[in-house]
Write a protein that binds this ligand. Structure first.
Ligand SMILES: Nc1ncnc2c1ncn2[C@@H]1O[C@H](COP(=O)(O)OP(=O)(O)OP(=O)(O)O)[C@@H](O)[C@H]1O
Ligand SMILES: [Mg+2]
Length: 478
């Protein structure tokens, strides 16, 4: 969730462990990935003689609503864990879920008198709502005649996952027992505190629409709790337990469920989603009674609502299937506008004239928000006439989230995500560069070819560092 919230993610970002100690997020992520990788290798080598790391291709899944920085962060953490780029695919979680649902039978079809279970048909459109611990992640896909999936609406979602409920329960406890009592429990009896957190998670999972939440607490904590008057209706203490009424639990769940229902409802009103016939709910939190009721009540009349069994493993299975397919997903939609920031003197067609001024920069869109982009494709081609006073010049790549991008670049609306350093011929005033931009799974690669000399310059959009130092960017002359 910290990767999701962090607007300016860097390699050095720190996160806190439960006791408050700060650690480098990159190291924590890398350790987790390495741990899982080592466990998998251990099990695999028991099963398959002589298998080594090079024989395994790894698929790391990320929420679709993460931005490019967060995705690059995962690629680097994987590299630190010993998974090189060649052995790694980054898969989007709801896409993984969609692939799994496409490949396993879960659509009930009537054929004659019998009903059979089938995977989705060609042309069918379905929404996948992936309800995880942190995020709710939603994609809408269409099944193509080739059996591949195409995203028809760009991924959206929000931070209303299952952990949000735990936070709300703990918040309620803090309000009832007081900050100081909870603070003391955390600082003096950390084991008891962790036990309580575990208990919150376990009991939350078992709760249904009309049940109260009963938490086990220590005798010590029991003695210290004095329930304030205004909570007496909803919170009771009993021997070794504190109980929260079903009414209060309904309110707590509503704080997450209402937000996700509103979001899904708005999505289903869009033109692009008109032909959606099924809604699939996957992820651990899809097992929750409150979530299932809300979806059934609101959408069952118009849509087929599917809760696959073992919903928390669907993304994982889909990721494994996608690792075996060449291109299960043919298209994605750009989440932002991507474009160049240029100080221009004149624009005609695709020819831009660039001055070396420090004045304002104009935004030239390369990829539009919502535009379909195919993995591995050349996205766009531009010709730029450069008139630079220095031999090296820098072309900057920006993103913006606005629906209609502003024409002049400013800090408020734009984020610089990359640059290309171009070396110009020494004695010439002007060079014509042909820019080709391609998209390969997780990053944009920009190639600038000098039309006169044939020299090519490659620049990657490096999403992680905001401050990109000239000449250190990944520019190579080829
Ligand atoms: N029966 C249940 N009732 C309510 N919540 C549940 C239930 N079972 C699991 N959850 C919640 O589902 C969440 C975990 O789901 P999942 O395993 O899909 O998450 P994740 O993929 O690790 O997270 P994310 O997708 O945000 O990265 C946890 O918050 C857990 O409390
Ligand atoms: Mg998940």
């Amino acid at each position: 969730m910290q990767l999701y919230r962090k607007e300016e993610l860097t390699h050095n970002m720190e996160i806190k462990e439960m006791g408050g100690k700060k650690m480098k997020a990159m190291l924590v992520f890398a350790f987790c990935i390495e741990y899982i990788k080592d466990k998998v290798m251990e099990r695999l080598s028991q099963a398959i003689n002589g298998i080594d790391e090079e024989d395994v291709h790894w698929v790391v899944t990320v929420p679709a609503i993460w931005n490019d920085q967060a995705r690059q962060f995962m690629i680097e953490a994987s590299a630190k864990a010993g998974i090189g780029k060649d052995n790694l695919t980054l898969a989007l979680e709801p896409e993984g879920a969609a692939i799994c649902c496409k490949y396993i039978a879960m659509d009930k079809k009537k054929s004659g008198d019998a009903t059979e279970l089938k995977a989705f048909d060609e042309n069918s459109r379905f929404m996948v709502v992936d309800l995880g611990g942190g995020t709710i992640d939603i994609t809408v896909s269409e099944v193509l005649s080739t059996g591949q999936l195409r995203e028809i609406y760009n991924a959206t979602g929000g931070p209303w996952g299952g952990n949000y409920i735990n936070d709300q329960i703990i918040q309620t406890l803090i309000e009832v027992v007081g900050w100081s009592v909870m603070g003391m429990l955390k600082s003096d009896d950390f084991d008891d505190y962790l036990q309580l957190m575990k208990n919150v998670e376990e009991k939350k999972r078992g709760i249904t629409y009309d049940s109260e939440l009963s938490l086990t607490i220590t005798k010590d904590l029991q003695k210290k709790i004095e329930i304030p008057e205004k909570y007496k209706k909803d919170v009771r203490k009993e021997k070794k337990r504190i109980k929260i009424s079903s009414n209060m639990m309904k309110k707590i769940f509503a704080s997450s469920v209402d937000s996700m229902m509103k979001h899904v409802d708005r999505l289903l009103e869009k033109d692009e989603t008109k032909l959606v016939s099924s809604i699939l709910l996957v992820g651990g939190y899809a097992a929750c009674d409150f979530v299932q009721r809300a979806f059934r009540e609101k959408f069952e009349k118009r849509y087929r609502i599917i809760f696959p069994l073992g919903s928390d493993m669907i993304v994982l299975k889909g990721a494994v299937i996608s690792g075996h397919l060449v291109e299960a997903i043919v298209g994605r939609m750009a989440k932002y506008h991507y474009g160049l920031g240029l100080s221009t003197e004149a624009v005609s067609g695709h020819i831009l004239s660039v001055g070396e001024s420090n004045g304002e920069k104009q935004f030239f869109s390369l990829i539009k928000k919502g535009q379909k982009i195919n993995v591995g494709d050349v996205v766009t081609e531009y010709k730029v006439v450069l008139t630079a006073k220095t031999q090296w010049t820098n072309i900057e790549v920006y993103t913006t989230e606005e629906d209609t991008p502003k024409t002049v670049i400013d800090e408020e609306h734009f984020t610089k995500v990359g640059n290309i350093n171009v070396r110009l011929p020494q004695f010439k005033q002007e060079s014509t560069l042909a820019l080709t931009i391609s998209y390969d799974e997780t990053e944009f690669k920009v190639v600038a070819r000098d039309e006169n000399t044939g020299c090519c310059f490659v620049g990657n959009c490096q999403f992680l560092e905001k401050e990109i130092k000239p000449f250190l960017a990944s520019t190579t002359r080829i």
